[in-house]
Ligand binder design. Structure first.
Ligand code: GUN
Ligand code: ZN
Length: 454
């Protein structure tokens, strides 16, 4: 058998782009949805697998010895006892809220007024927005998140800062300017007209540029007037390849206020529907307290949901019904999301744990196959990126996370008793966190390497 030319080590940018690199370890990908085909049929797992990457893409996934033999000149990075999988997709997060994560004592509407809007007001300053965007992206990498659907603030500068930061670091990201024209302080408000025009200009500037996707982002039905929702719907219609993201049925007090603000609508979703904001590529955050009509319309429309369990627990919003969303032959598209700063962690592993715990309180035990699928493939599908990211397969972008399966003594100890893949993955999602992230690759480049001391 031909031997690999060189063992692991730092690569130059040119080498990374042109030469094949092989990552060897335990590989995990998906060939189906565990919800519909069952966990065992859904998964592609190899205990001695490898991923060959070049030019920012995954060239091949297979048995380690086969790939090494096929590419004798490749650079080899070996990760024994590590899981190599697609980078996590955080399908709903607010980058300017990184500074108010873990803010005490309020539920949604008071939390927004007391903590969130003041933090977002600061993003009118381009220097603050730029520094915040880079800190946010650093945190993503530390947690193995390679794609996110990001809410910026109402200031176009906040989108420019975020998109420029993400572009300079080759991230695949979706982002949008929050549109909000009422029920909020002036410092974070736009108008129906300015929100439309600014968003349109941002679409022209950023949508489809490198690995960026624009998301039309009316914040929610509390802070957008009917005129603004109408303008957002028009904008989305005029730019059908963009995404649309908003919040839906998160907290009981919010839902009650929305009912007063939009009389005559059949329900919360009906407000968005009425303004052309329901369809494929729509991404509704939370969606906890849905009626049967809303669930049916979401399913029919091919819209996506972002389940934000740490946020729902932290803010006290309620318990998402995963079983209702995913049951049947045509489950609703669901991604997992941190919703920082309402969410209490950047870790998608911690987010999976919270999703499991929320499920338990609803009488539903989320299977680890489902959890890992939701955190990767599921999120990618919600963002209409399921053909490019979120899976470990030839032709996909080389956005990859390498997880240390024994990142702490307790985990190492517990792993000794693991008697199946599912047991091992469940141990990770319950016990592991950012300390398990050994390396993160974005577009084929290793951009995070866990410090040795960790
Ligand atoms: N609803 C409207 N805006 C927000 C926000 O920033 N975070 C959460 N969790 N819910 C919202
Ligand atoms: Zn949110």
């Amino acid at each position: 058998m031909p031997l690999p030319v060189r063992a692991s080590g730092r690569m130059t940018a040119d080498e990374t782009q042109s030469r094949i690199t092989i990552l060897r370890g335990q590989t995990l990908g998906f060939r189906g949805d565990p919800c519909t085909v069952g966990p065992d049929a859904a998964v592609d797992f190899d205990s001695d697998g490898a991923v060959a990457i070049a030019g920012g893409k995954i060239v091949a996934v297979g048995r380690a010895l086969d790939l090494i033999a096929r590419h004798p000149d490749a650079l080899l990075e070996s990760y024994p006892d590590h899981l190599i999988m697609a980078g996590f997709i955080d399908s709903h997060v607010h980058y300017p809220q990184i500074d108010i994560i873990a803010s005490w004592g309020e539920q949604l509407l008071q939390w927004l007024n007391k903590y969130t809007y003041p933090a977002e007001a600061k993003c009118a300053d381009p220097a603050h927005a730029e520094a915040t965007a880079h800190r946010f992206l650093d945190e993503c990498l530390r947690n193995g998140i390679t794609t996110a659907s990001v809410y910026c603030t109402a200031h176009p500068t906040s989108v420019d800062a975020f998109c420029a930061a993400a572009q300079s670091r080759a991230f695949c990201m979706a982002a949008g300017k929050v549109m909000m024209d009422r029920n909020a302080p002036d410092a974070v408000k736009d108008t129906a007209q300015s929100g439309y025009e600014q968003s349109k200009a941002l679409i022209a500037r950023w949508h489809g540029v490198d690995r960026l996707t624009y998301a039309v982002t009316p914040r929610f039905a509390v802070t957008s007037s009917p005129a603004q929702l109408e303008a957002a719907g028009a904008l989305w219609r005029e730019h059908p390849t963009t995404l649309m993201q908003t919040h839906l049925s998160e907290h009981p007090s919010e839902i009650a206020w929305v009912k007063e603000l939009h009389p005559g609508a059949p329900d919360y979703l009906g407000i968005y529907e009425r303004h052309g904001l329901l369809g494929r590529g729509a991404n509704f955050g939370h969606a906890i307290h849905l009626t049967a009509r809303e669930a049916a319309r979401l399913r029919e429309a091919g819209a996506g949901l972002s389940h934000c369990p740490t946020s729902n627990l932290f803010i006290g919003s309620g318990l998402f019904d995963m079983r209702a969303a995913r049951q049947g032959d045509a489950p609703i598209l669901v991604g997992l999301a941190t919703d920082v700063g309402g969410g209490s962690s950047f870790s998608m592993l911690a987010t999976m744990k919270a999703a499991y715990e929320v499920g338990q309180l609803k009488g539903y035990s989320l299977h680890p196959a489902d959890a890992f699928h939701l955190a990767t493939v599921g999120g990618a599908r919600v963002l209409q990126l399921g053909h490019r990211v979120g899976n470990l397969a030839a032709g996909f972008d080389a956005d990859i996370v390498v997880l240390d399966l024994r990142s702490r003594p307790l985990i190492a100890q517990r792993m000794q008793q693991a008697d199946s893949l599912w047991d091992a993955l469940f141990i990770q999602m319950i016990l592991a966190d950012d300390r398990a992230v050994r390396a993160t690759f974005v577009a084929g480049r290793k951009v995070y390497d866990r410090p040795i001391a960790a």
